[in-house]
Design a protein around this ligand. Structure first.
Ligand code: UDP
Ligand code: MG
Length: 329
């Protein structure tokens, strides 16, 4: 810390601050006790004041009653329960709203990420990093299909948006209070956290870790959910798809013109061509397809505008335990 003191303004040296560990929870009853134990052990090692904030994202198992029981025994544990399942991104947004402390560390509940990395994350933060993220060393716990699709997604995302995502970074990360406050100023309803982290900027440091299999339970990200998530991410960070449809339209119109000229010349030279049926059907199908795709793309964005202008709250809190009760949600 002293080494950095000369190059950083005093406010950047957080050495007395409290840490908040934020965990989104959806049907994780089999993991909560071990998670709590390992988090506590890791946090006590740092010698800092801390709180553990568990956001129950509408679990249908007994996660919430386990959280209440753990909170009754541990004053450092706070729980927040949504009125229904709002999704992991929103659970994180709610956690960032409620988190106290000078840094917030986010980690999944399934122990695919090691809580034991937390002291190292805090050490990197003490040296001045605004963001410290865990960089997963392998993805062997994902199926081969998901692996390939994920890789392609990052490629496409990088190509059509101005925002560069770090492919090996997930939601296991430490955010300085300033980053948290910056994120809280982004009011959008369609949350794509990875893009938001990149958008707010700030310096970041990567810490590699072994990404292991879930401790208990199974991943809640089916193919469709991931696909929707990817679409949300791209449409939230780029209007290129809207422009692509314009380009496609221009290109096809041009081709149609070339084709028309060809037919006029051909008719003049060799007379009318009666068996033109296949080419007619093919072109009708092709153009209708393109039109539907363009309508769909425009619709995606209109839907997003609709969701934003409705201006509904991001989440509804149903219940809370531990800590001081904030004002009504
Ligand atoms: N999660 C959540 N809401 C959901 C789905 C998941 O809060 O609707 C939580 C889940 O409990 C876990 C984290 O998000 O703590 C990551 O979920 P998961 O392990 O299913 O994702 P994966 O590791 O497969 O990407
Ligand atoms: Mg997981």
């Amino acid at each position: 810390v002293t080494q950095n003191a000369s190059i950083l303004p005093p406010a950047t040296i957080p050495n007395t601050g409290m840490i908040c560990v934020l965990v989104p929870i959806h049907n994780e009853s089999g993991n909560l006790a071990v998670l709590h134990q390992r988090l506590t052990a890791a946090l006590q090692k740092t010698g800092r004041d801390y709180e553990i904030l568990l956001v129950d994202d509408g679990s249908r198992d007994d996660s919430w009653s386990i959280i209440k029981r753990l909170a009754a025994a541990d004053p450092r544990l706070r729980g927040l329960s949504f009125s229904r399942n709002f999704g992991k991104e929103i659970a994180i947004a709610a956690g960032l709203d409620m988190a106290r402390g000078d840094a917030v560390i986010m980690i999944d509940a399934d122990l695919q990420q090691p809580p034991e990395l937390i002291p190292d994350m805090i050490a990197a933060w003490e040296k001045g990093a605004m963001t410290v993220y865990g960089e997963r060393i392998d993805r062997h716990s994902d199926g081969p299909v998901r692996k390939v699709v994920t890789q392609q997604f990052y490629k496409i995302f990088g190509a059509i948006t101005d925002t560069n995502l770090e492919p090996k970074a997930g939601d296991f990360r430490l955010l300085d209070r300033r980053v948290v406050d910056a994120l809280r100023r982004l009011p959008e309803k369609a949350r794509f956290n990875k893009g938001l982290y990149a958008w707010v900027g700030f310096s970041s440091v990567a810490l590699p870790y072994d990404h292991v299999d879930r401790h208990a339970g199974h991943s809640q990200w089916g193919f469709m959910k991931l696909f929707r998530f990817a679409l949300d991410g791209i449409t939230a960070f780029s209007t290129t798809p809207l422009r692509l449809s314009t380009y496609a339209g221009l290109f096809i119109s041009f081709m149609a013109l070339v084709y028309a000229i060809y037919f006029i010349i051909r008719t003049l030279l060799v007379g009318p061509d009666i068996p033109g049926y296949p080419s007619l059907i093919v072109s009708i199908m092709f153009f209708s397809g393109i039109q539907l795709i363009c309508l769909g793309v425009a619709g995606e964005y209109i839907g997003r505008i609709y969701n934003e202008v409705k201006n509904r709250p991001l989440y509804i809190i149903g219940d809370q335990v531990g800590g001081t009760k904030p004002d009504a949600s």
